[in-house]
Design a protein around this ligand. Structure first.
Ligand SMILES: Cc1ncc(COP(=O)(O)O)c(C=O)c1O
Length: 511
């Protein structure tokens, strides 16, 4: 089994190496050309003029006015599909899990497929493919998807996707700039802007494309704002990125770097002290800090309040990829921005509808100005077909359901707390990363879980650095307390867990 869509690409060790290289280079004050006078990096840093955030508005304005002078500002072309489907009217919501919830966490496998999966995983005892009762499990409980609220199978979501598909087909037949921007897409954009408390929102084909589009737009700011000449070193954009950010952020930054007017620093994972030093020593004004909110492979949160504090101090543009926390965190599902009540302190919020919304497609919640710039410069937005109309309708309905069925958020956090109680592990989110070490050991653990009827993926390089291979477990509101008990029981039979509560003696810990 592969690692699915979570590849973090060349991050981890390679990124850390780059951080230290950079630290010793430009930022430490050794940049050629006499621009950097400071001898060493210190937490206090040099006396910098603190930049108010309006500076970023001004740079984006300048970029837009230069694009406008060249006739290069683009905007999506709104199309109205006449519709007899009123999405808000049709909506039925529920107070508790329904039988449909099971189908979002249960998968059935043909025996032959199951055997094939097992053959791909190492076995210390040869080709043994049966469990203790001599049977194949047949049905697996999924603990590796990202459908955190179980919305992918919700009746209202199914209804929306099928009704709109019957009425309009798939659409959208082109990119948003051509003919792929329907009233369904606009409804979804407005709903996401409201959820994230931003002025506007831009849909992208996927979450991956959203990060790529934003980064390529950021990468164009310095050359556009000086227009007609090469920006000086101080006029470049500098991006500070957490070492464990998602592959789509990394690839977006690589694309931005190709524009040659971008400088990049990778700071150690969640290390605000190092970030502060890097920021303090950097003379470039156009600073951007980008981070995942909830890290997809580690399950830990970015220290958002510290980032907000540093933003006030250094005046950078704060960009958060809220892919895994959207709809999961915050009273109304507004993600980490709502959880920390810092909507006004995060400038751009990127996300995806492929996780807790249970659908597909990416988004960038931002100001109207940024939206205009990304529409004009974000290559993965401009040169890609927008997502299908039924998906836009289903995603909109998923957002409404997530807002109304608040119990789903309560349920998933209950599952997190049950897992924590049963295992004694200090887990803080529905993404649980059990680091095992070698690739072989992780694959073996995954095989044992499979034999016990659980789909738990082993995550290996290049997704994570060598020797930090792990089992990545994801919890869902559609899991029951009993699922968690059985999962922990199976885990305790294949890896060392600090089991603290035996829960009616059901857990057969081997510790
Ligand atoms: C943090 C993060 N950002 C972006 C993405 C990409 O989202 P999508 O699957 O919609 O392309 C992912 C998905 O793996 C992710 O984990």
């Amino acid at each position: 089994m592969g690692e699915g869509g979570e590849d973090r690409g060349a991050k981890g060790r390679a990124s850390e190496d780059r951080a230290s290289e950079d630290e010793a280079g430009d930022v430490g004050g050794s940049e050629k050309g006499g621009q950097h006078q400071e001898g060493s990096a210190s937490a206090a840093g040099p006396a910098l003029a603190r930049l108010p955030m309006e500076h970023w508005d001004r740079w984006v304005d300048e970029a837009l006015s230069h694009l406008s002078a060249k006739n290069l500002v683009r905007s999506a072309r709104p199309i109205n599909l006449s519709s007899s489907t009123d999405l808000s009217e049709e909506l039925e919501t529920y107070d508790c899990p329904g039988r449909w919830d099971r189908s979002s966490v249960e998968i059935a496998l043909e025996d032959e497929t199951f055997r094939q999966w097992l053959r791909e995983l190492p076995s210390p005892t040869g080709d043994e493919v049966r469990n203790e009762n001599g049977e194949l499990p047949g049905k697996l409980i999924l603990f590796s998807g990202n459908d955190y609220l179980g919305l992918s199978t919700h009746p209202a979501v199914r209804m929306a996707v099928s009704k709109v598909a019957i009425e309009h087909g798939m659409g959208p037949r082109g990119s948003s700039l051509i003919c792929g921007y329907t009233n369904y897409h606009r409804l979804l954009e407005a709903s996401l802007a409201e959820l994230k408390k931003k002025e506007d929102c831009l849909l992208c084909p996927t979450g991956f494309a959203a990060n790529m589009a934003f980064m390529s737009a950021v990468g164009s700011v310095s050359s556009l704002s000086v227009f007609g000449r090469k920006p000086s070193k101080e006029e470049r954009v500098v991006i500070f990125s957490d070492a464990l950010n998602h592959a789509s952020i990394i690839d977006g930054i690589r694309l931005a770097e190709r524009q040659r007017e971008v400088k990049v620093f990778i700071y150690r994972h969640r290390d605000m002290r190092q970030l502060n030093i890097l920021l303090s020593c950097c003379k470039i004004e156009k600073k951007v800090v980008v981070t995942d909110s909830l890290f997809s492979m580690d399950g830990d949160f970015a220290p958002l309040m510290e980032l907000v504090h540093l933003r006030k101090k250094h005046g950078f543009l704060l960009v958060v990829d809220d892919a895994h926390a959207t709809l999961v965190c915050g009273e109304n599902g507004g993600g980490v921005l709502e959880m920390y009540k810092c909507e006004n302190d995060v400038d751009v919020c990127i996300g995806t509808l492929s996780k807790a919304a249970g659908c597909h497609g990416g988004f960038i919640a931002c100001s109207k100005k940024w939206k205009k710039l990304i529409q004009s410069r974000g290559r993965s937005f401009i040169f890609s077909t927008s997502f299908p109309v039924p998906i836009a309708a289903a995603s909109y309905v998923a957002l409404v359901v997530a807002r109304k069925e608040k119990w789903r958020r309560r349920e998933i956090w209950r599952r997190v707390s049950e897992f924590r109680t049963l295992t004694g592990l200090p887990v803080t989110s529905p993404i649980i990363s059990l680091i095992i070490g070698s690739e072989e050991a992780a694959l073996l653990a995954s095989r044992k879980m499979l034999m016990s009827g659980f789909h738990v993926t082993a995550i290996r390089p290049p997704t994570v650095p060598p020797n930090s291979c792990r089992l990545r477990i994801t919890l869902s509101a559609a899991h029951t307390q009993d699922d968690i008990r059985k999962l922990v029981d199976a885990l305790s039979r294949c890896i060392k867990l600090p089991i603290v509560a035996r829960d009616e003696g059901q857990l057969s810990s081997k510790l």
